[in-house]
Design a binder for this molecule. Structure first.
Ligand SMILES: Nc1ncnc2c1ncn2[C@@H]1O[C@H](COP(=O)(O)OP(=O)(O)OP(=O)(O)O)[C@@H](O)[C@H]1O
Ligand SMILES: [Mg+2]
Length: 341
C-alpha cells in the first residue's frame, strides 16, 4: 500500500521537500494570510509571536508551517509531542530550558497528559511554571519565571482539546484539504527539487489521486518517478503516472487497495449495508481501527460511504465507482430517503 506509514527514506525526502518560508508554502491561502499578519505584526513590535494552534488532517502541512513560523521569526525551534510528555516534570524541563523568543512545537498536543496540560496553561498565559519540590504534605511549589516563547500546537483532532487549552492560543489555523490545482503546484515544486522531469498532464494525473494531501502527492510522485525510470524514459507524464499508479493500486479517485476492499466487501457481501464496523473489518481481514481510522475518513469525505446509527452504508456513488449499478430497491432495512433520489 503506497500510503502505509512512511519509511525512513520517506521521512528524509519529506524533510527535503518542506517549503522553508511562507512564500514557498502552496495553498492554504486563508491560514497563510492570517499567519502572515500575526508574524509581521509581532516582528514589527519586536515581540514574540502569539501562541498558534494548527489543526487539520495528517499530511496537510502542520509540521511544515511550524518550522516556517520559527524561520519567519528568526527563532530557534524545539520539537516535541504530546505523547512524549508523560509527566508534568518532562514539560517543566523543556519549558525551563527555552530561550527568549524560541518556538516550542508540540505535535499531537491532544495526546498530552492531564497534569502536563495544566502546567501548560500557566506557562502559556503567565510565562511561569510551578515546580513542585518534595512529596506529600511537605511539598512546596516553587514558581519559575519563563522567557517569553511561542507555543505552536498541532492536532489532527481539534475537537479533543479541552476548551481552556484551546482558548489560550492567540490564533488557530484550520488547514483544509488542497484543491487539485494546488497539488499540481506542490508536485511541480517537488519534481524540481527531486530533478524529475514532469509534464503538466503528469502532475495533474498524480494530483487527482492524492486525496487533497501534499504528503500523498509527494509520495505518489516518487513512486511514479521509480516507474518512469525503470519502465519508461524517466519522464513523469500522463501515461507513466497512470500506469505506475495502477501498479501501486491507487485508482483514479485516489482509493487504494484497502479502500477498495472495504467498499467491495460492503457491496458484494452485505448488499451495500447497513453493516456493523466490526463485521466489515472481519470481512476485509483488518483491525477495526484500521478500517475506521485509515479507510473510512476518506471514503466518507468522498461521499462513497456513510456512517449511520445502524451501520456502514454504501452510497450510490460507491456502486458506480466500482462499476456496478446501485440496487433499485432500497437495501433491506430501508435506506430510502437517506441520499435522496
Ligand atoms: N503547503 C505545502 N506546500 C508544499 N508542500 C507541502 C505543503 N504542505 C505540506 N507539504 C509537504 O507535505 C509533507 C507533509 O507535511 P507535514 O509533515 O507538514 O504535514 P503534517 O500536517 O504535519 O502531518 P501530520 O499530521 O501527519 O504530522 C511535507 O514533506 C511537505 O513537503
Ligand atoms: Mg506533522
Amino acid at each position: 500500500m503506497v500510503d502505509a506509514a512512511a519509511d525512513r527514506d520517506d521521512l528524509a525526502v519529506e524533510a527535503a521537500l518542506r517549503p522553508k518560508d511562507l512564500g514557498e508554502f502552496v495553498g492554504q491561502t486563508r491560514v497563510r494570510e492570517q499567519l502572515d499578519l500575526v508574524l509581521r505584526a509581532a516582528r514589527a513590535r519586536g515581540a514574540t509571536a502569539d501562541h498558534v494552534l494548527l489543526s487539520g488532517a495528517p499530511g496537510l502541512g502542520k509540521t511544515t508551517l511550524s518550522m516556517i513560523i520559527a524561520a519567519e521569526m528568526g527563532a530557534p525551534i524545539r520539537i516535541t509531542s504530546g505523547p512524549a510528555i508523560q509527566h508534568a516534570g518532562d514539560l517543566a524541563a523543556i519549558l525551563s530550558s527555552l530561550t527568549e523568543g524560541e518556538v516550542l512545537f508540540l505535535d499531537e498536543i491532544h495526546r498530552m497528559s492531564r497534569p502536563a496540560e495544566e502546567m501548560l496553561y500557566m506557562a502559556m498565559e503567565d510565562f511561569r511554571v510551578d515546580v513542585i519540590v518534595g512529596k506529600g504534605p511537605g511539598a512546596t511549589a516553587i514558581p519559575l519565571e519563563l522567557p517569553p516563547f511561542t507555543l505552536v500546537g498541532a492536532t489532527t483532532r481539534a475537537g479533543l482539546l479541552p476548551p481552556p487549552l484551546r482558548d489560550r492560543f492567540g490564533f488557530t489555523g484550520h488547514m483544509e484539504f488542497y484543491a487539485p490545482a494546488e497539488l499540481e503546484r506542490v508536485l511541480h515544486r517537488s519534481a524540481g527539487l527531486l530533478g524529475v522531469h514532469t509534464t503538466d498532464e503528469g502532475a495533474a494525473e498524480i494530483a487527482g489521486r492524492s486525496r487533497g494531501t501534499p504528503r500523498i502527492a509527494n509520495r505518489l510522485l516518487r513512486r511514479v518517478r521509480d516507474y518512469a525510470q525503470v519502465r519508461a524514459d524517466g519522464v513523469v507524464n500522463q501515461e507513466s503516472a497512470a500506469r505506475a499508479l495502477a501498479v501501486y493500486e491507487v485508482d483514479e479517485r485516489g482509493l487504494d487497495r484497502l479502500d477498495r476492499a472495504v467498499l467491495l466487501a460492503l457491496l458484494k457481501l452485505f448488499g451495500g449495508g447497513p453493516v456493523g464496523l466490526a463485521t466489515l473489518a472481519v470481512a476485509v481481514g483488518e483491525e477495526r481501527e484500521t478500517v475506521e481510522e485509515v479507510a473510512e475518513p476518506f471514503l466518507v469525505r468522498e461521499g462513497l460511504l456513510a456512517r449511520t446509527p445502524r451501520g456502514r452504508v454504501a452510497t450510490p456513488a460507491a456502486w458506480r465507482h466500482l462499476g456496478m449499478e446501485p440496487p433499485q430497491q432500497p437495501a433491506p432495512g430501508g435506506q430510502e430517503g437517506l441520499f435522496g433520489t
